[in-house]
Design a binder for this molecule. Structure first.
Ligand code: MG
Ligand code: MG
Length: 237
């Protein structure tokens, strides 16, 4: 899973570098495809319930699952890029949101808080802890900054499939959830909105947008519970 995670991190590095004003989201998908090919990795996104690309690209008020296409990035946009890879049968899955050129102070704060909420959640992935403490930590950071947490889409366990049970809510669901043990691996992925938490799905059946049109950010890592604490797998090095 470290190998798959490293490929995902390389996809992040390459797409982040390529995401400039004037570039289309389809071009970002091509950049990510080249990383997969160079590493001999397979895509877990391509063909997933018919998804037509190897990454999801979700600009501005789009929360997740955007299909790469003709959308051209503009100065001041924020863009969420979600990447996945399979190496030797094991999956990696991670996402980030970035500004394109200069972005507003409000957008900048949304990105910083969402990433902070991810790390607060990751810090709870410790042996003997309980899974739903992750969502509580995420929610406290996001709502503490005045933002809202999306409810309809959540994180997940991950291994020989991308989406395994149990789910990892980004909010407190009212129970503490399963006990954490060494060797468990989860994709933690807060989606945080500037406005309300409600979402809508576009007519293409994939793109999810905020119901109120407010900006949305998404950060995700694949993380193992180890004897030394949480180990983030979707990193370089
Ligand atoms: Mg993902
Ligand atoms: Mg995921």
């Amino acid at each position: 899973m470290r190998k798959a995670g490293r490929v995902v991190a390389e996809m992040h590095e390459a797409t982040r570098e390529a995401a400039k004003p004037g570039v289309t989201t389809a071009e970002l998908d091509q950049v990510a495809r080249r990383v997969l090919e160079a590493r001999g990795a397979r895509s877990n996104f391509l063909g997933y319930h018919g998804f037509p690309a190897v990454i999801c690209t979700s600009p501005n008020s789009m929360v997740v699952h955007g299909i790469p296409g003709s959308y051209r990035l503009e100065e001041g946009d924020i863009i969420s890029i979600d990447c996945g890879a399979i190496v030797e049968g094991y999956h990696g899955d991670a996402a980030f949101t970035m500004g394109v050129g200069r972005i507003s102070g409000e957008a900048d704060k949304l990105l910083a808080v969402t990433e902070d909420s991810l790390w607060a959640g990751i810090d709870r992935l410790r042996e003997g802890g309980r899974l739903h403490d992750v969502g509580l930590a995420v929610q406290q950071v996001a709502e503490g900054a005045g933002f809202s947490v999306v409810r309809e889409y959540v994180g997940h366990a991950i291994g020989t499939a991308m989406h395994e049970d149990p789910q990892v809510p980004n909010y407190w669901p009212g129970t503490r959830g399963p006990k954490l043990r060494q060797g468990m691996v989860f994709a933690v992925e807060p989606m945080v909105n500037l406005g309300g938490p409600e979402t809508l799905t576009l007519d293409d059946g994939w793109g999810v947008v905020t119901a109120d049109g407010s900006l949305s950010a998404h950060f995700e890592h694949t993380v193992a519970v180890t004897e030394d604490g949480p180990e983030v797998l979707t990193v370089l090095g």
